[in-house]
Design a protein around this ligand. Structure first.
Ligand code: FE2
Length: 370
């Protein structure tokens, strides 16, 4: 099979690499729009530090804060207007996955004059876009090394991943110290998202030798590191393992795609406001069992290094991290199930699942969890 593997040109990892941002960013532009979330990165001083780093190498800066969970089309339109009004030519996304997704979308759509909703609805993106530097503060989404941005249309309550190779950042800078102050619950959720992405990219019907090597190592690093970080946020070695595991899972799934967990997580997240990593963690054990029959060898490999059945291991982590084991608390009426299934089936993630997914399968999984 012929396959192509794309990833970010410059991947910088290691404790303290954030302090060298200026040196890596020099040459990519003259005016940078810094995009981040509501407050954490600003309060911890990282926005000021990023501005100083960039200013010191002759890049002027302006800042857009306030990107919440699941950036909305309106956030991207506002960011695009600011980018163009200020004459920017590069974007730095710093923070959680939502901030980086927003940065990627702003850089992509800044050069386009049609409403962002047009691209969201059609899913077809043009060539081009401005350079993006991505600095994650959580080990979770892996968006710093993917060609995907996940956006939300709050009007239609639709959440969708838009893909284009030109959305790969020019630099991914992964410093495991950045997320030291992230609350443990958020660490657990984003870590489970990363682990899910590693598993799904490993199982994906589009996985290759290259992506499987990354997925496998990502699962090993995350399964060892995440429980240790949950016990001690200052365990630097485990933080590094989790950050690198998340990065590798992102590199893998950007090339191999995902599976039914992500196919279901997006509509459930958009409809009922459940956090992405949390819903992934709940679906993952069921999806592992659902796929086991067609991936026996891979399932056994995962269970082998976990030292127990893979699905049971995930359920044990949900208990350990004090996260819900199912979706009962959402009280989703059964009458919603066919509508959810209609959104799950056409998803690119569902399509990449190794076992062919039917409407009846989705409804059966929902019944099991709800
Ligand atoms: Fe995810």
């Amino acid at each position: 099979m012929i396959s192509i593997f794309n990833t970010v040109r410059n991947i910088v990892t290691g404790v303290g690499c954030f302090e060298k941002l200026g040196g890596y960013a020099a040459g990519f532009g003259k005016k940078c729009l810094i995009v981040s979330g509501r407050s954490a990165m600003k309060e911890l001083g990282y926005i000021d530090m990023a501005e100083k780093q960039l200013n010191d190498v002759g890049i002027s800066t302006c800042v857009l804060l306030g990107i919440g969970h699941d950036p909305d089309i309106a956030d991207i339109e506002a960011g695009r207007d600011l980018f163009n009004d200020k004459g920017c030519d590069m974007v730095l996304g710093i923070g959680g996955g939502s901030a980086i997704d927003a940065a990627k979308a702003i850089a992509k759509f800044a050069a386009c004059n049609k409403p962002v909703k047009d691209y969201f609805d059609s899913g077809e993106l043009p060539e081009g876009g401005f350079p993006v530097i991505a600095i994650p503060s959580t080990f979770g989404t892996g968006t710093e090394v993917t060609r995907v941005t996940v956006l939300m249309d709050r009007e239609s309550k639709l959440k969708k991943g838009l893909r284009h190779a030109s959305m790969l950042p020019v630099i991914a800078l992964v410093d495991p110290m950045l997320g030291m102050k992230v609350p443990p619950k958020s660490v657990a959720r984003s870590g489970l998202d990363a682990f899910t992405q590693a598993v799904e990219s490993f199982f994906s019907k589009y996985s290759t030798d290259l992506t499987e090597a990354l997925s496998f190592n990502a699962m090993v690093l995350l399964s060892d590191g995440l429980p240790k970080v949950m016990r001690d946020q200052e365990d630097i070695e485990s933080r590094s393992n989790c950050a690198n595991g998340s990065l590798m899972a992102g590199m893998a799934f950007s090339n191999s795609r995902l599976g039914i967990v992500h196919g279901m997580a997006h509509p459930l997240g958009a409809r009922y406001g459940i956090e992405h990593g949390e819903v992934c963690g709940i679906i993952l054990p069921r999806a592992l069992r659902y796929n086991k029959a067609v991936c026996e060898k891979k399932y056994a490999l995962i269970s082998g290094f976990l030292g127990m059945d893979a699905a049971d291991w995930v359920l044990e982590r949900l208990r350990e991290f004090d996260l819900p084991l199912n979706l009962k608390h959402l009280e989703i009426p059964e009458s919603d199930f066919p509508g959810i299934a209609k959104e799950v089936l056409p998803s690119g993630s569902t399509e990449a699942n190794p076992r062919e997914v039917t409407e009846a399968d989705v409804i059966a999984l929902l019944k099991e969890m709800c």
